[in-house]
Each structure stands twice: as C-alpha cells, then as structure tokens.
Design a protein around this ligand. Structure first.
Ligand code: COA
Length: 273
C-alpha cells in the first residue's frame, strides 16, 4: 500500500502498488489499483485493502472513507487466475476455520464508508461495495454476482447483505442468475444512491464525503451505531438504545457548539469532544 500522512493533503501515485491511499481533508481515498486485471482481488491487493481499512479505523484524522477503482473497473471480483493457481498447487484451507481471520468483508472501520463505483462491480467487488454505507455510481458502472455461474456462490457477504440493501426478489434474481445489471437498474433497485457522468463521479463523492466529514465526529459515530446495532434489536429496544446514545451525545461540547454557532451566524467548529 502506498501511504501518506493523514494530517497533510497528500497524493500517492506509486507505480505498481496494488492500492493507493490518499488522505485529504479528513477523507481517506482508497483506490484499488490493478487496472490491467480490472482490480481483481489477489492476495497482495486484499492484504493492502485490509491495511487501508485498519488505517481508516485507527486514524482519528480520518472521518470518512471512500473506495474506488483505477481504470475501467471498480473491482471484477476475486482473482480467478490466482484461484486456479492455488487449486493447481493444492494451496488453501483444508478445513472450515473455527475462527476465520479478519477479512475486508466482515471488517468495520466504525466510520462512514462510500463506494464510488466507476465501472465493473462484480462478485467480491460488489460484496466490497456492499460493505460500504452507501454507493454512488458512474453511468459506466455495472453490477453482478457471477459466482453461481462458476460453480460456487458469493462467499464475501452478498447472500446476507444484498437482500438487506435492495428488494428481496431483486437480490435473489441477481444471486441465482449471476446476470449483470447496469447503473440505471442499480439506481432503480436502490443499490446505488445516484448515477452521475463518469467525470462527475469523484467530485460528487468528494462533495458528499466532505459534508459528512464536516459533522461532529462523535455524533456521526453514535448515529452509525444506532442505525446498525438498532437493526438487530426489537423496535422498543432500538428506540431505547437510540435514546440513550442521543442523550449521551447531547452532553458533548460539539452538541453545544452547533446551536451556539447557529445563533452566532457562523460555521460550527467541532472538536470531537
Ligand atoms: N480475475 C482475474 N483476472 C481478471 C478478472 C478476475 N476476476 N476479471 C478480469 N480479469 C482480467 C482478464 O483476465 C484480462 O486479463 P488479460 O488481459 O491478461 O487476459 C483483463 O482483466 C481484462 O479483462 P477482459 O476479460 O479482457 O475484459 P472484458 O472487457 O472483455 O470483460 C469482464 C470484462 C469483467 C466482463 C470479464 O473480465 C469477466 O467476466 N471477468 C470475471 C468476472 C467474475 O467472474 N468475477 C467473479 C469472480 S468470483
């Protein structure tokens, strides 16, 4: 992974790095960078992705993460050529692991994540996009889960996440057929929030990311906890949990600064306290 200091505006364009990480104005830009292989996830890219996600979680200067792809793909899924090599060489686990190692698809950065989907978003690539809180796509994006046509099924969360993000029947059709949908259909299904021209994708994602990054970080984090943890609770439990976190956030300095800044007709200065 090509890495830059978090507190400085930075641009990394290291040739040959499987992943680029730029941190600018509180936003971490993660670019999958194997364009010749349509950003297929091989071992090196997967390891670099995990390291980048850990950095997003651990670096207090990062408020929001964005994942995108270099070239004409977001990510064309697991590296199938790697898979063939591993098969041929008899590598890989021989038993289902009792405690699976941390992986990008079960990892939570604890911060809002946006997928900027610039092109092919297939298999594990779509599963990666589904780990993000929401997705914004270019008109050139397409989405699909081809695994079922390859003799297996998606193993990085799609059978669990896709039916929770889009309509149940639409999710099952995508999972069972392996057929691709274009950006317009993805918008209709609610898989992406909106579709923009290719040259407008990163500016639009940056606009949204900076807006989120400008909000009080403790409030954003707690809101995210209420949304996701609340989904696993009964409605009364979730409302009670949300109320408790909302009370706690109301006690922070930032929750006092917001109304004060409004009354004084100036932008708020949130400090994360
Ligand atoms: N794993 C490894 N390499 C991949 C790949 C993958 N998942 N997807 C694409 N590539 C490679 C191709 O092998 C090709 O490399 P080459 O030039 O060395 O032959 C390069 O990326 C460009 O792909 P290509 O197939 O020539 O582009 P295309 O525009 O004709 O087709 C796709 C694009 C995405 C439709 C096609 O590449 C494809 O179906 N990829 C596999 C997608 C998939 O099944 N993903 C799920 C894996 S579980």
């Amino acid at each position: 992974m090509a890495e830059q200091p978090a507190n400085a505006d930075s641009t990394s364009q290291a040739e040959g790095e499987p992943l680029l990480l730029d941190v600018r104005q509180g936003v971490a830009w993660i670019t999958l960078n194997r364009p010749d292989a349509l950003n297929a996830l091989n071992g090196d890219l997967t390891a670099a992705l995990m390291a980048a996600l850990e950095r997003v979680r651990d670096d207090d200067a990062i408020r929001v993460g964005v994942i995108t792809g270099a070239g004409r793909a977001f990510c064309a899924g697991a590296d199938l050529k790697d898979r063939v090599r591993n098969q041929d060489e008899g590598r890989g686990p021989t038993a289902f692991p009792a405690a699976p190692p941390p992986s990008y698809f079960s990892f939570d950065t604890d911060k809002p994540m946006i997928a900027a989907v610039n092109g092919y978003c297939l298999g594990a690539g779509l599963e990666l996009a589904l780990t993000c809180d929401f997705r914004i796509a270019s008109t050139q994006a397409s989405f699909g889960l081809p695994e079922i046509t390859l003799g297996f099924f998606p193993g990085a969360g799609a059978p669990i996440r896709l039916p929770r993000v889009i309509g149940f029947g639409q999710a099952l059709e995508m999972l069972f057929t392996g057929e691709r949908i274009d950006a317009t259909h993805a918008r209709e299904y609610g898989l992406v929030n909106r579709v923009v021209q290719p040259e407008g994708l990163l500016p639009e994602v940056e606009r949204v990311a900076l807006k989120i990054a400008s909000n009080a970080p403790l409030a954003v984090k707690s809101l995210r906890d209420v949304i996701y943890q609340g989904m696993d609770m009964t409605l009364p439990q979730a409302l009670r949990f949300g109320g408790a976190l909302r009370w706690a956030i109301g006690q922070t300095e930032d929750a006092k600064e917001g109304p004060r800044a409004f009354a004084e007709k100036r932008p708020p200065e949130f400090k994360g306290r």
